[in-house]
Design a protein around this ligand. Structure first.
Ligand code: C2O
Ligand code: CU
Ligand code: CU
Length: 642
């Protein structure tokens, strides 16, 4: 984070460094390099040629190296680049045709490369600590077993992603397929990737950057590495692939002649149908593809692409200008149906994710904790549609991104999303106070992947978490041969309620089914049913209490035998649940003092000592970490007086 002194220093060295109110967590930095908008032509990043093409797929080689980039004519800007290009060269790939990219690290620091939106094995996903040492090289395998989409590759180095992307490490990866080709959309030179980035420049053209956990808004807008460029177009349709590769800035794009754009695709490729959009929003890492028809724009006139979320006084409300310089015949079309997108799957599992600012850590956090590559924060099951209810309890927006697969946005605070978010997504913005529910079904690859905020300052400091994608657990049958619903299976897998042929359930030591039911009944304040029997989702009889604890999300386990609650419960809920479960007086003496010096019920002390729940400043209790089967068993053994 910039100190006040650093900012003042930047103010002297770099011109008008402006600190907008701290409580909004934003640092705005103005360039001191004078720039005239719309003075330089747009650059189209070159399409990378394969070094070899064989039956395996297409092979590419990229050197990650320092290079002087000519952003300002005649003035070199020292950057870190892919092959000396900024943005990096465009990779054009085809669905089901594998791509192998050899990344050669010629920098003095270790780095990694992630292909954002790609369906890849974990060892090819650019995990933040899976680094290519200086001087070494690494082959990344992208199988491209997914539909056409605008992806982008970028640096993903632990705690350095913001700086490394800022210094230049990003490029477009355009995946194409036959179905999309057959639509007849604008193509070739009429299909243009536009990487939107903001930067701040010193008078000598050098980049200005000082790392910060706060959002960084740089006040010079670049498209494909050129400052406020212009592009000469024909009076016809163009396909524009908008990629927000900025550290923090969000854009709401609109044409200054009031003409709507036709939005055709989002992160995961084509929408089901095009829709006319007055404006299109891309928050960090999001993509939106639009078709703009310049045929009604008189030759000799111009249309400016505006950023409605920018500021007029510093020019960040301008993005680029299209100069219509000639007429041209246009055989391209935008069909009214682009592709079929399936209905959103019903969730078979619900996961709650909380985005916040931790005053304890002075960091952005997910579920109260800074990123730890050694800790597993979620264990999604392969092929299981899972609802992620992502709640932002902080004062800043967070573009939330999950690796490995595209997802669907189910709703924002219960309201279904508009057409721009109705297709496949890999990043979704969550504004303060909002809960976005998305449905994600991860396929094919098990292993470790990250999910995180894509505001790069937040991502590095430290709003990222680790998921271990696991294979689906085997179907569990009880002694009567009944299958159980997955939640109960999970409890069983955690060793809490494993059925044995003698009819007992046990964690470490055997307890009777009655004891377990009694414990859980007390815990959940359920009336003991007749014989404890109840019909579950598939019509089998179970003890009400055991099913209830599972469906309440209190006792969900994971295939590897670890166990943890699914969501934050309030202090009162936790206290009441535990007090009942432990047979403690509901209100009693507060004999326990937590780390902050607050007294608590003895039950909370017990659960805290067991490592299951800790208090947070917002008054919720939640697990600090995954607990092992043994820890849970020990806790339950105490709870059950064994
Ligand atoms: Cu753009 Cu973790 O990625
Ligand atoms: Cu990604
Ligand atoms: Cu964020």
């Amino acid at each position: 984070m910039l100190t006040r002194r650093q900012l003042l220093r930047l103010g002297i060295v770099g011109g008008a460094a402006v600190l907008v109110p701290w409580e909004r967590g934003v640092v705005a930095l103005a360039s001191s390099h004078a720039t005239t908008p719309f003075a330089v032509p747009l650059r189209i990043p070159p399409v990378l040629a394969p070094t070899a093409t064989d039956e395996e797929g297409d092979h590419y080689r990229i050197e990650i190296r320092s290079s002087d980039v000519e952003i300002f004519p005649g003035l070199p800007t020292p950057m870190w680049t892919y092959n000396g290009e900024f943005p990096g060269p465009t990779i054009r790939a085809r669905t089901n045709r594998p791509v192998f990219v050899t990344q050669v690290n010629r920098l003095q620091i270790p780095v990694t490369v992630h292909n954002h939106g790609a369906h890849t094995a974990p060892e090819h996903d650019g995990y933040p600590t899976d680094l290519i040492p200086p001087g070494a090289e690494r082959v990344f395998h992208y199988p491209n077993t997914q539909e056409a989409a605008t992806l982008w590759y970028h640096d993903h180095t632990m705690h350095q992603t913001a700086r490394n992307i800022y210094r230049g490490l990003a490029g477009a990866y355009l995946l194409e397929d036959d179905a999309e080709d057959d639509l007849g959309l604008p193509s070739g030179e009429h299909d243009i990737p536009l990487l939107l980035m903001d930067r701040t420049f010193e008078p000598d053209g050098a980049l200005q950057y000082s790392d910060s956990a706060d959002s960084m808004l740089f006040e010079t807008i670049l498209v494909n590495g050129r400052v406020w460029p212009y592009h000469e177009v024909a009076a016809r349709k163009y396909r524009l692939r908008l990629i927000n590769a900025s550290n923090s800035r969000e854009y709401e794009l609109a044409l200054d002649n009031g003409q709507p754009m036709t939005m055709i695709a989002s992160d995961g490729g084509l929408l089901a149908a095009p829709h006319a959009a007055e404006s299109v929003v891309v928050t960090a890492a999001e993509r939106a593809e639009v078709v703009v028809d310049f045929s009604d724009v008189p030759v000799g006139s111009s249309v400016v692409l505006k950023n409605l979320r920018g500021t007029t006084s510093n020019g960040t409300d301008d993005v680029m200008r299209f100069d219509v310089v000639r007429s041209e015949s246009d055989a391209s079309v935008v069909p009214s149906t682009l592709r079929s997108i399936p209905a959103i799957s019903a969730a078979a599992f619900v996961r709650d994710v909380e985005l916040s600012f931790s005053f304890e850590h002075r960091l952005w956090v997910i579920d109260g904790q800074p990123f730890d590559p050694e800790r597993v924060d979620a264990r999604p099951q392969l092929d299981r549609p899972e609802a992620w209810r992502v709640t932002n309890v902080s004062g800043s927006a967070h573009p939330f991104h999950i690796h490995l697969a595209m997802f669907r946005v189910l709703d924002r605070d219960g309201v279904p999303p508009g057409p721009a978010e109705a297709g496949w997504k890999d990043t979704v913005n969550v504004v303060p106070g909002e809960t976005v529910t998305l449905i994600s079904t991860l396929r094919e690859y098990t292993g470790r992947f990250v999910y995180h905020c894509h505001n790069l300052q937040h991502e590095d400091h430290d709003m990222m978490a680790n998921m271990e994608v696991v294979a689906a657990a085997p179907v569990f049958s009880d002694i009567a041969g009944h299958t159980h619903e997955q939640a109960i299976l999970a409890v069983a897998a955690a060793g809490i309620a494993t059925g044995y042929p003698d009819g007992t359930f046990r964690p470490q030591q055997a307890v009777t089914r009655g004891q377990m039911a009694a414990f859980l009944t007390r815990g959940l304040e359920l009336p003991p049913g007749p014989g404890g029997a109840f019909p579950d989702a598939v019509g089998h009889a179970h003890e009400e209490a055991i099913a209830a604890v599972a469906t309440a999300g209190i006792a969900t386990g994971y295939a590897d035998g670890t166990y943890r609650p699914q969501r934050a419960v309030t202090r009162d809920q936790m206290a009441a649940f535990l007090a009942r479960g432990l047979d403690l007086p509901e209100s009693g003496t507060h004999s326990f003092t937590d780390v902050a010096g607050n007294p608590h019920e003895p039950a909370i002390a017990a659960v805290t000592q067991a490592g299951i729940a800790n208090g947070y400043p917002d008054g919720t209790y939640r697990p600090r970490h995954v607990v092992t089967r043994g820890q849970m068993a020990a806790f339950l053994a105490r709870a059950l007086d064994l």
